[in-house]
Design a protein around this ligand. Sequence first.
Ligand SMILES: NC(=O)c1ccc[n+]([C@@H]2O[C@H](COP(=O)([O-])OP(=O)(O)OC[C@H]3O[C@@H](n4cnc5c(N)ncnc54)[C@H](OP(=O)(O)O)[C@@H]3O)[C@@H](O)[C@H]2O)c1
Length: 326
Amino acid sequence: MIYRTFGRTGLKVSAAGLGGGGFSRLGLAKGKTEAEVVSLIHLALDLGVNIIDTAASYGTEEVIGRAINSRPRDGLVITTKASPAKYPSWELFTPENVVASIDNSLRQLQTDYLDVLQLHAVAPHIYEHTRDVIYPAVLREKQKGKIRFIGITEAAAYDLEHKMFQRALAEDDIWDTAMVAFNMMHQNVRTGVFPQTAEKKVGTLIMFAVRRIFAQPERLKQELGTLATEGLLPKWLADSPDPLDFLVHDGDPSSVIDAAYRFVRDEPGVDVVLFGTSDPHHLREDILSLTKPPLPTADRERIVTLFGHLVGVGIEAPKNVHSAVR
Ligand SMILES: NC(=O)c1ccc[n+]([C@@H]2O[C@H](COP(=O)([O-])OP(=O)(O)OC[C@H]3O[C@@H](n4cnc5c(N)ncnc54)[C@H](OP(=O)(O)O)[C@@H]3O)[C@@H](O)[C@H]2O)c1
């Protein structure tokens, strides 16, 4: 496992971070039993993962609590989230709502403290409310010892240009961690976010490295067809039966997913790459990818040259009101 320093928190975290949300929700979204989910989490921990991300809205805090209960708490970094607004109506929550969410997270996770409490899916238009109304209340909870560090995550599908982070990182020096969307076809963090997180030593977590676009070949092919029709990608890519097969050669990278995780991991400015899965075989593969050597330089350069101009590919907006898919 590769371990990194998580920005100004100073915590040592695995570069592979287990994601409790997404379309798999550790398996709860795919009909796995709680016992299967607990053993999936234990497998990740046994393979060296020491950071687990979840959120009040994912419905996975309770099962994570059950899984970590038997492990030394000080060897783990647990990051969870509270929402400053209802999703997707954006009706604003009060500080009391958010404090109740934090207390509930502590109960569900069976822990006395959260390593990082992140304010969840902060779209640009709710940034002021988040900073001026919600943050002070969270800071008070931190001073009581319930929280070690305070972070913020973007509402990726509503903010493809990272406008919230551009403002937050320029105006304020209050965020210890930042969760940002980044993948092979959505690379604009390189200019818009990472120089600022580096300057302020804000720890970074990456979401959307794979999501569905790189996990489902038919979805990728359809998307590439659309982009070629719009003139955003060369036609040969869309016409190819396996469009990203040029990345998979001589067993290294071993798959598009392997390339996708490693591409993101080695971007300067990235601390933790979140990976989400319901499947122990996928989990082993993902952790292996995130511990392999860097991609061949020629592959990395090709991904930047071919796709560096694209914005928002694979950043899917939730399709329904239930926010657990985020
Ligand atoms: N605004 C926010 O705060 C926000 C938004 C989005 C995500 N997040 C966080 O980021 C985490 C990661 O996002 P994500 O869950 O979308 O993860 P991801 O790693 O980008 O994508 C995972 C998807 O790919 C599939 N997959 C993973 N490994 C595979 C493999 N080796 N072979 C085939 N398929 C594979 C999984 O399905 P299987 O179950 O079939 O493996 C899963 O549905 C979330 O869990 C959450 O913690 C936060």
